[in-house]
Design a protein around this ligand. Structure first.
Ligand SMILES: NC(=O)c1ccc[n+]([C@@H]2O[C@H](COP(=O)([O-])OP(=O)(O)OC[C@H]3O[C@@H](n4cnc5c(N)ncnc54)[C@H](OP(=O)(O)O)[C@@H]3O)[C@@H](O)[C@H]2O)c1
Length: 331
């Protein structure tokens, strides 16, 4: 094993600005941990872009290598649950936040963060899912428990983004009629091709919003936007309807009234995919490898570490469509 490897690393300048560089790091620079993984693929998530641009709510100390997702091969381990050569998925926890992440060719992490890749998922499929798929999957599992999915009228905000497009595709495959909400006027064909029956833009959705209650339209929803969109969406649910909320690209504050909750029995379900026990993540990976098997290749494109800066700029502006996969060796 070569002890030097390439890593996209973010530095804080003396004036408080940030810059990134692809540098050589040593395996010895990695934090202690039970499992050393040679990373084949990472992916770009909104949180990675925050980490890469100096958001101290995500990453406190720099220099730092972001990347909250990694799929790769175990190269060394001190723990009996794994052996050299195992293919694994690592997503969330502190990886890529304050622990060196998947934008480097190697990671070293605690065993509790590592899931064996289930039979039925390839490395490429696992990384296309990544944190976005885990989040969409957890959202759907909660909605399934509370409301069911088949035959339901569903709505997904931020529909072309990572979590959004996976939620649209999976909801559609599980039999829901999906309304996709997007800010991208030219994305209708894409969203319909992945299963949306209706595509509306953000302004059209906002026309439905009437405080404290609007006419009830949707049974279930997945919201990655937060802010006014989530508050408005909560006024538009059918009796007993639920929204799984997981993101804040449009704002972290919601102003709402109690009426959707006490007059219609609506539920706002919070989703955290980062810190749940690994056994729960393994259950979701198994679902994606079996009952929830979906075609994923139409949802992604693959880049290299050199192209990350440009893609980070785009995701921060809400400009990405689908999942951006970062190849660190494999194609
Ligand atoms: N809770 C968790 O465990 C968890 C896990 C993963 C992600 N997240 C969060 O979920 C959110 C989405 O993450 P992601 O990785 O899927 O990001 P992403 O790929 O950038 O997707 C976000 C999408 O939201 C829409 N959007 C962007 N800015 C917007 C704005 N100002 N107002 C309304 N819509 C906007 C855009 O889609 P359209 O153009 O189609 O509208 C954009 O593509 C982030 O806040 C992220 O931190 C949370």
């Amino acid at each position: 094993m070569d002890s030097l490897f390439k890593a996209f690393t973010v530095f804080e300048n003396e004036d408080g600005s940030f810059k990134s560089e692809i540098i050589s790091k040593s395996i010895d620079d990695l934090p202690p941990g039970d499992v050393l993984v040679r990373v084949d693929f990472s992916s770009l998530n909104y949180k990675d872009a925050l980490s890469a641009t100096g958001n101290k709510g995500v990453t406190k100390k720099y220099p730092h290598t972001p990347g909250i997702d990694a799929v790769g091969t175990v190269e060394d381990t001190s723990h009996s649950s794994f052996k050299i050569g195992d293919q694994v998925i690592v997503s969330g926890y502190d990886m890529g936040q304050n622990t060196a992440g998947g934008f480097g060719e190697y990671i070293r992490v605690p065993r509790e963060w590592v899931a064996l890749m289930p039979e039925g998922l390839t490395k490429k499929e696992s990384i296309i899912l990544g944190t976005a798929g885990m989040t969409a999957g957890l959202s759907l599992r909660e909605l399934q428990k509370k409301n069911g999915i088949e035959g339901k009228l569903a709505i997904v905000t931020g529909a072309t983004g990572g979590v959004g497009c996976l939620a649209v595709k999976l909801l559609s495959q599980l039999g829901a009629d999906v309304t996709a909400v997007t800010g991208k006027v030219d994305s209708e064909d894409f969203l319909k091709s992945i299963g949306a029956v209706e595509v509306i833009n953000r302004e059209q959705l906002a026309e439905n919003f009437h405080q404290p209650l609007a006419s009830g339209k949707w049974d279930i929803g997945v919201d990655v936007v937060g802010g006014e969109m989530l508050a408005g969406l909560m006024t538009c649910l059918q009796l007993g309807g639920s929204v799984a909320c997981c993101g804040l690209v449009g704002g972290s504050t919601i102003e709402t009234t109690i009426f959707p909750y006490i007059l219609r029995g609506n539920s706002l379900i919070g989703i955290d995919s980062g810190n749940i026990p690994i056994s729960e993540k393994e259950e979701i990976w198994m679902l994606f490898a079996n009952e929830w098997k979906i075609e994923l290749n139409d949802l992604s494109r693959t880049i290299t570490l050199n192209e990350l800066d440009h893609e980070i700029e785009s995701i921060l502006k809400g400009g990405q469509v689908g999942r951006v996969i970062v190849s660190l060796g494999e194609k």
